[in-house]
Ligand binder design. Structure first.
Ligand SMILES: Nc1nc2c(ncn2[C@@H]2O[C@H](COP(=O)(O)OP(=O)(O)O)[C@@H](O)[C@H]2O)c(=O)[nH]1
Ligand SMILES: [Mg+2]
Length: 223
């Protein structure tokens, strides 16, 4: 059983990598910086998108691809902010893949877009295994999830360029040591940028917005 399963999984990942590489060429040709945003359900991905749209208004042009098991609730939240958003429903699938992004792109007008953020399905494991063609993986861990998560779900921490530690406004009420999150994440990925933020109060978000602007300029400069 194992002998059959391993090559099949490898083939699926290789096929996905080919599609992701095609997506990446399209993003680079268009000069669009693309992020794959991942976290467990409820950590604050859509809230971060809403705050990012508000913070970058008049500074950058954004588009969003929303991934969810079901419903178009998050895409509607984004569209209500005046930003193009397309929803992908995976119908039970626990992650997005390169092919889904190709299909979603058909519904977006990517002319004049500087930044595309893809909100992955809420899950701390599978989304990290499938490249979408993004320039950077970004993850959110909310303080309510506990400071042990880097120990339990190392892959996403290892692969993410940025870790946003969200919901710091709740720290007075819960048992979470943010310095342990930093220390454990750094041990897995020494080059990771870490921003402590609250999407509720806005604390810490300016550093995140500056990081995004810097990256958009890099991608445009590299064309
Ligand atoms: N207290 C607090 N709540 C937050 C914060 N960020 C998000 N939330 C809440 O957490 C819940 C899930 O957020 P959402 O953005 O939908 O998470 P997603 O499932 O990762 O997209 C919502 O009720 C948000 O209002 C924060 O920084 N502080
Ligand atoms: Mg969401």
């Amino acid at each position: 059983m194992t002998q059959i399963k391993v090559p099949v999984v490898r083939n699926i990942l290789q096929a996905n990598d080919r599609l992701a590489a095609e997506n990446r060429r399209r993003f680079d040709d268009a000069g669009i910086f693309v992020i794959n945003l991942m976290s467990s359900p409820g950590a604050g991905k859509t809230s971060l998108l809403e705050k990012t749209i508000e913070g970058l208004a008049g500074r950058l042009k954004m588009a969003v691809i929303e991934g969810d098991l079901q419903s178009s609730y998050d895409a509607e939240r984004i569209q209500s902010k005046g930003v193009q958003a397309v929803q992908i429903n995976t119908d039970g699938g626990c992650h997005l893949d390169g092919n889904m992004i190709q299909i979603a792109m058909e519904s977006l007008d990517l002319r004049d877009v500087d930044l595309l953020i893809i909100e992955n399905v809420g899950n701390l494991v599978c989304p990290a295994e499938f490249n979408l063609g993004e320039h950077d993986k970004v993850m959110i861990l909310s303080v309510t999830e506990g400071d042990d998560k880097p120990l339990k779900y190392p892959l996403m921490f290892q692969l993410s360029t940025v870790l946003l530690v969200n919901k710091i406004d709740l720290l007075p009420y819960i048992d979470c040591d943010v310095s342990k999150i930093h220390e454990r994440a750094r041990r897995l990925n020494g080059r990771q940028e870490i921003f402590d933020v609250s999407c509720r109060t806005g604390e810490g978000l300016e550093s995140w917005l500056s990081w995004l602007e810097g990256k958009v300029l890099e991608v445009k400069g590299g064309r």
